[in-house]
Design a protein around this ligand. Structure first.
Ligand code: FES
Length: 515
């Protein structure tokens, strides 16, 4: 970050450009702890705030409870592409569901886009919204064959797309497809504006209020937050993935995506949104922050805790230098998303519960599916029929044959459970050599310990057993955090939970004088 004071904190050490912008904080609102609210929404990202606003507008009394501040999670680290085509491609949806489902997914994307645009118009939100053309391009024969299928299935689903002679970026290509009426915006400006409108309508937002536990008594949900309790008839988990061990624990795999905010030597910034088809893929767009344009280049995604984040940034930087004349890279950040087992998100009433709702498994399309979650969940709570309820139902049963990648993910999680309990001892000589601002999992007297050495040489030791389901966390060099490779939980260097599903901090191990 350059000469910008960070205004909005995020669940990561690295900073996204959205955080640097001067956004007035969340307006004050006061919780009434004696009241039983109609709806309690846990999580103040795009899912939570959209749900809350739609319900409050419809006359429900809502309270949003957020562990950090608004946009603290992935909404503060997204690249905010607004699309009507998704990471699960239309041919995949046709194959793994059917053609009708692909049409419904396309319609739901258009509806989500319209909800965002309507809010922007209704509340005159200055969030840098722009319509954009989007380009998807192939570089190999295999990709071209896939892209041809994508073009055909996209049209069948009802999304306008044409073969095009340009891909919007200086990367050679075989074939490019142009999607019309896509978009981009500044995600924090958008949700802070929605949050302000929610409060104007009488809604309540509690920030820095981590929900430690929820219990149900006589049909009322009670969330314990420090010494206070919030009560509500309905509970919405808008925390990216619900806490604890739930069906989603094994149906959604956590991934991290890496992004650079790049100043170019010449004004060769892309004017549209562009995506290649590599695995992992790259994505491009431009955003102007405080009068300075930035190429927002993302990609090099990998499963959380399974690769070196610094490697991912390095590969992304090499890629940027290969195709652009780079002046400087003021921003480098990453954020997490969840890949669902059958490609589509889980949105709606939680299986086996009458009054608990969830929106998760958005893949890399969080702005769209977060907004759609707001609509589906609010409709369900209001008793309004929603065309997409069945398609995205958390209770749906789908074979996963078409998603062999995911079978590998689950096998990997199972392996980690075993390896973390019966793993071999490590050679600890390297511990003495540990460089400042680095972390390592060491084996001390038969027990695994998460060791971090800060810039001044002070060492912090933690029990590395994730408090969610017992996997061993890994150190994330780029973000200075302990990340759990099983379900994406994250802890800061002092062991404090910054990203669920874990609810409890990592246990600190006293180190005598060093503490
Ligand atoms: Fe599930 Fe750590 S997040 S075991």
């Amino acid at each position: 970050m350059e000469n910008n004071e960070q205004i909005n904190p995020r669940d990561s050490y690295t900073e996204s450009p959205w955080q640097a912008v001067d956004i007035a904080g969340t307006p004050h609102s006061t919780a009434d702890y004696s009241l039983t609210y109609d709806v309690m929404i846990v999580g103040g990202g795009i899912t939570g705030i959209t749900t809350a606003l739609l319900l409050q507008k419809a006359g429900k009394q809502c309270i949003v409870v957020e562990g950090g501040t608004i946009g603290y999670g992935t909404t503060g680290g997204t690249t905010a592409h607004l699309n009507t085509f998704f990471d699960a491609t239309y041919p995949e949806i046709e194959r793994d569901f059917n053609e009708e489902a692909a049409k419904l997914v396309a319609d739901s994307g258009k509806d989500a886009f319209a909800i965002i645009k309507d809010f922007i118009d209704l509340y005159h939100i200055e969030c840098d919204f722009e319509y954009k053309g989007a380009y998807l391009f192939s570089e190999t024969d295999k990709e071209t064959k896939q892209l041809t299928e994508i073009l055909e299935a996209t049209r069948r689903a009802g999304v306008e797309a044409i073969e095009y002679q340009d891909n919007g970026v200086p990367v050679p290509f075989q074939m490019a497809v142009h999607f019309v009426d896509q978009g981009q915006f500044h995600p924090l400006k958008y949700i802070y504006a929605l949050a302000a409108e929610f409060i104007k309508l009488g809604g309540v937002i509690l920030e820095k209020s981590f929900v430690e536990e929820t219990i149900a008594e006589d049909g009322i949900h009670i969330a314990n937050i420090g010494s206070q309790s919030v009560k509500a008839v309905n509970l919405v988990w808008a925390t990216h993935i619900p806490p604890g061990i739930t069906p989603f624990t094994f149906r959604c795999a956590p991934y991290r995506s890496y992004v650079l905010g790049i100043k170019l030597k010449h004004d060769a910034y892309p004017t549209g949104l562009t995506y290649d088809m590599q695995e992992p893929y790259h994505y491009f767009r431009t955003h102007e922050i405080k009068g300075q344009k930035y190429l927002i280049l993302g990609g090099e995604d990998h499963k959380t805790g399974h690769d070196e984040p610094e490697n991912a940034f390095k590969k992304l930087e090499d890629y940027a230098h290969k195709y652009y004349r780079v002046e400087s890279i003021p921003y480098r950040w990453s954020s997490q998303y969840y890949v669902p087992v059958d490609g589509l998100p889980y949105i709606g009433k939680l299986t086996g519960h009458d009054s608990i709702y969830v929106g998760t498994g958005f893949n890399g399309n969080g702005m769209m599916f977060g907004t759609l979650s707001g609509k589906i969940i609010s409709d369900q709570i209001l008793g309004i029929e929603n065309n997409y309820s069945d398609l995205y139902s958390p209770s749906r049963i789908k074979p996963i044959a078409g998603f062999s990648e995911f079978v590998k993910e689950n096998a990997d999680v199972a392996w980690r459970f075993i390896a973390d309990r019966f793993g071999a001892e490590e050679d600890l000589d390297s511990l003495k050599e540990l460089a400042p601002e680095k972390g390592i999992i060491a084996e001390l007297k038969g027990s695994k310990v998460a060791i971090y050495k800060d810039a001044d040489g002070k060492v912090t030791a933690l029990n590395p057993t994730c408090t969610h389901a017992g996997c061993i966390v890994s150190f994330n060099d780029a973000e200075k955090s302990w990340d759990c490779p099983c379900h994406g939980g994250r802890f800061d260097i002092n062991g404090k939970v910054t990203t669920g599903p874990p609810r409890k901090d990592l246990e600190k191990i006293p180190l005598g004088n060093n503490e």
